[in-house]
Design a protein around this ligand. Sequence first.
Ligand SMILES: *[C@@H]1O[C@H](CO)[C@@H](O)[C@H](O)[C@H]1NC(C)=O
Ligand SMILES: *[C@@H]1O[C@H](CO)[C@@H](O)[C@H](O)[C@H]1NC(C)=O
Ligand SMILES: *[C@@H]1O[C@H](CO)[C@@H](O)[C@H](O)[C@H]1NC(C)=O
Length: 371
Amino acid sequence: MGLSKQRSSSSYNNVPICLTIFVTVACFYLPSVAGKHVYKSKQQGSSSSSCNMYDGSWVYDESYPLYDSSSCPYIRGEFNCKKYGSPNLRYLNYRWQPSNCDLPRFDGKKFLEQMKGKQIMFVGDSLSADHCESLLCLLHASVPNSNAIQSVDDPVTTVLFQDYNVSVSVFHSLFLVDVENKTIGRVLNLDSLKNGENWKKNDVLIFNTWHWWYRSGASQPWDYIEDDKKIMKDMDRMVAFSKALRTWANWIDSDVNTQTTKVFFQGISPSHYNGTDWNEPGVTNCAKETEPISGSSYPGGLPEAAIVVKQVLSKMTKPVHLLDITTLSQLRKDGHPSSYNKYKGMDCTHWCIAGVTDTWNQLLHASLVLD
Ligand SMILES: *[C@@H]1O[C@H](CO)[C@@H](O)[C@H](O)[C@H]1NC(C)=O
Ligand SMILES: *[C@@H]1O[C@H](CO)[C@@H](O)[C@H](O)[C@H]1NC(C)=O
Ligand SMILES: *[C@@H]1O[C@H](CO)[C@@H](O)[C@H](O)[C@H]1NC(C)=O
């Protein structure tokens, strides 16, 4: 029980500092509302330190979900659990309750008005698509009659909300760093990040990479790995992940103007295939899970990758906001598609839409949208 708490207090003392820096920069960067705070003020009033929105628990709330997934046109078959027959829809009725403040309700109109003329881009693997499609559904539900055009220009899918000139896109990138075609084969180059030139033109960027780092065999999308100009057949995958993250972090620090582009890192999204993590040894998937874990800590503790992310972010010089969704999502063993998806395979990695990723977007909204 105490494991995740213990680890978090010893290794992540930097996090509230990042948050404070972020708030300062956000106020500076949106001068029209200078003087106001990014977060709704409950936490500002109660104590001088800002509220940690990521510490809390799930509560049953009949006023959720925030929209009906059957009227959202942006959900791919993998995430559309209701459409593919999920028999228990209780997972839709949970709301994230931070321990020391309230999460503002998602206000899509205000979001679009404040983001007028801006470009928002998610960059990463299918968990970025999960995050992005939830945001599109939340916005669509707020302005159902507004004109929106979807366009696909591989590897980017974009929806433009024309009445607000706001674009929301997802750039598919498994590793953030590059996989290069060379004569010997596909090389995962831990030191190369060529797509950054496209990414940095956006006003808001939300990054993620993790789930492809341990692939092997036929589903491993590279043949060699390159680190510091040395090409090898393989290496410790956690080391490779942390080196790639450092390449990304150095790129942000040297190339991205964070006065005009706000940068988020999505954090590690957890899977639920090992019941030992939630005190049900022997359970090997999420098929029978119908309830979140109560309380605010996860028996299995934090995944090592989440610790690596925090270490890398803590050494950056530019402000990056960690959307620290790991623990709150770990508590949601009931939020995955399981077999209720277009392909019928057991999926305890992605999240049903509507569902847990709506909360990720409420947290994003809380950081972007001012009172
Ligand atoms: C819409 O926003 C883009 C930037 O995202 C800008 O280049 C363009 O001029 C805007 N168009 C209008 C009609 O305001
Ligand atoms: C690498 O080659 C594959 C096919 O062999 C192709 O689909 C892919 O687009 C190429 N990637 C790049 C970056 O050129
Ligand atoms: C599940 O997690 C436990 C504790 O970390 C570990 O000992 C066990 O090997 C894991 N089981 C599987 C099937 O990976």
